[in-house]
Design a protein around this ligand. Structure first.
Ligand code: LLP
Length: 447
């Protein structure tokens, strides 16, 4: 197996496909990429490209690792649906016992359809609409993570009107700037839209305990996404536990502590968040508090479980550069252009004799920002061959769009030697549904 030299997001260090493959359910065997026991080529022959391929074992192992690591406390792993909301993946996790962290009425429906128990659902997000809150109240979710006084009052009025009681936690903004690779994924400091400033917490807990239709149940914090270090979580915990003392001293009982998600994974070089270290740092203190622990991991569970297979359409040499034009673009995988994020790229079939060259892997979208990898050493591919883009199980398909009127890719789940289509490729009919009826009746425009 050739050892590819790759540069991580920060440049510098060396990585090898060998190292990554040891930790992954995607491996080259005799030079050909497999997901678990199935050759990538076979999947592409069945479903075409671009294609999201997920390893079922990877998802299950990661979920179980988390659940086991935190077994020293009463806990709920509420999988963050936004990372990958495919119904089959949600169902898989629900059957493992996972709950769901949702941020919209759509995610609520996805979680319920997939069989997630309503009493294992927490509802986060700064902009919940009344309709979304009503649906969640009706379903009987575990808790609303409240992000503003206005939202609290709207929920109180709604719950009183429909004769229900809404369980809530206040999401605290601990003013911690977490070390994530991109400013867009930092949520724990003052200058973001997230959470309630700590100095308002006690007053709002008092208000919540008096408002009709509201039952104070917990406290919540989420400091960001793609965090590998333990220390920011320790700081967040210290911050929130101090508030818990104050809230309890004011005679308000709390049942749960939601520490959010954000546990990072290695995209290039670097390491995944250490779950044993996190658990060692957090579990004893949470156990002492007597609170139930809720976690909202998304990326950690599904990130490594997904690969995007794409076909090389054309190779262009221009301006001293080699562009590898693939049939996947920023509409299929937004992360590289949105966060300048690094995803490892490799040929699905290795050809050890070929030269390594630096290439830009770009998509077909009419934007200069449409790239999957820039200035990347890659075994020189040939037109028509397949490339694999790694670690796209989280925020890959879920951020895909139909930009340039492109259909979104198919998704397939592999288990051992078997595989199952879990979302068919969209069709042009999917793109125009919802519009054609208006086209037919558009002779008379309303003025
Ligand atoms: N809980 C809350 C309140 C969140 O806002 C998020 C992520 C999570 C949990 C799950 O975070 P995770 O464990 O997956 O890191 N699209 C970006 C990430 C944005 C995450 C937004 N919130 C990306 O592609 O990196």
């Amino acid at each position: 197996m050739p050892r590819l030299r790759r540069r991580g997001p920060g440049g510098g260090g060396l990585g090898t496909s060998l190292l990554r493959e040891q930790a992954s359910h995607f491996r080259h065997r005799d030079g050909k990429l497999y997901c678990e026991g199935v050759p990538a080529e076979e999947l592409v022959a069945a479903y075409g490209t671009p294609l999201y391929v997920y390893s079922r074992s990877s998802i299950v192992e990661r979920y179980r690792e988390l659940d086991r690591a935190f077994s020293g406390v009463d806990r709920l792993i509420a999988y963050s649906v936004k990372a990958n909301g495919n119904l089959s993946i949600l169902q898989l996790l629900a059957r493992e016992g996972a709950g769901a962290d949702i941020v919209s009425g759509g995610e609520l429906q996805r979680a319920l359809l997939a069989g997630v128990a309503p009493e294992k659902i927490v509802f986060s997000g700064v902009g919940k609409t009344i309709q979304e809150m009503a649906a969640a109240l009706e379903a009987g979710i575990y808790g609303f993570n409240i992000e503003s006084e206005s939202e609290l009052r709207v929920l109180s009025e709604l719950a009183s009107t429909v004769g229900k009681v809404a369980p809530i936690a206040l999401r605290i903004n601990p003013d911690i700037e977490s070390p994530t690779p991109h400013a867009y994924t930092r949520t724990g400091h003052r200058a973001t839209k997230f959470g309630i400033p700590s100095e308002d917490a006690l007053r709002l807990y008092q208000l919540a305990s008096e408002l009709p239709g509201i039952r104070v149940r917990g406290i919540d914090v989420h400091i960001g996404s793609q965090i590998v270090a333990v220390e920011p979580y320790e700081r967040a915990l210290t911050h929130v536990l101090a508030l818990v003392d104050e809230i309890r001293a004011a005679g308000i009982e709390l049942e749960y502590l939601d520490l959010g998600g954000g546990f990072g994974v290695a995209y290039g070089d670097g390491v995944d968040a250490s779950i044993p270290d996190l658990a060692a740092a957090l579990v004893p203190r949470v156990a002492d508090s007597g609170l139930r622990l809720i976690l909202e991991p998304g990326r950690y569970i599904v990130g490594h479980a997904g690969v995007l297979l794409t076909r090389v359409l054309y190779i262009k040499e221009m301006g001293g550069k080699t562009f590898v034009v693939t049939d996947a673009g920023m509409n299929d995988l937004l992360r590289p252009s949105h966060y300048a994020s690094y995803h490892a790229v490799e040929p699905a079939e290795l050809h050890p004799g070929r030269p390594m060259i630096a290439v830009d892997v770009v998509g077909p979208i009419c934007e200069t920002g449409d790239f999957l990898a820039l200035d990347r050493p890659l075994e020189r591919p040939a037109e028509g061959e397949l490339l694999a883009i790694y670690t796209v199980g989280a925020y890959g398909f879920s951020m895909a769009s139909q930009y340039n009127a492109r259909v979104r890719p198919a998704e397939v789940l592999v288990e051992g030697d078997a595989f199952r289509l879990i979302r068919r490729r969209e069709t042009v009919e999917d793109l125009v549904r919802g519009e054609v009826e208006f086209l037919e009746s558009s002779d008379t425009l309303q003025t």
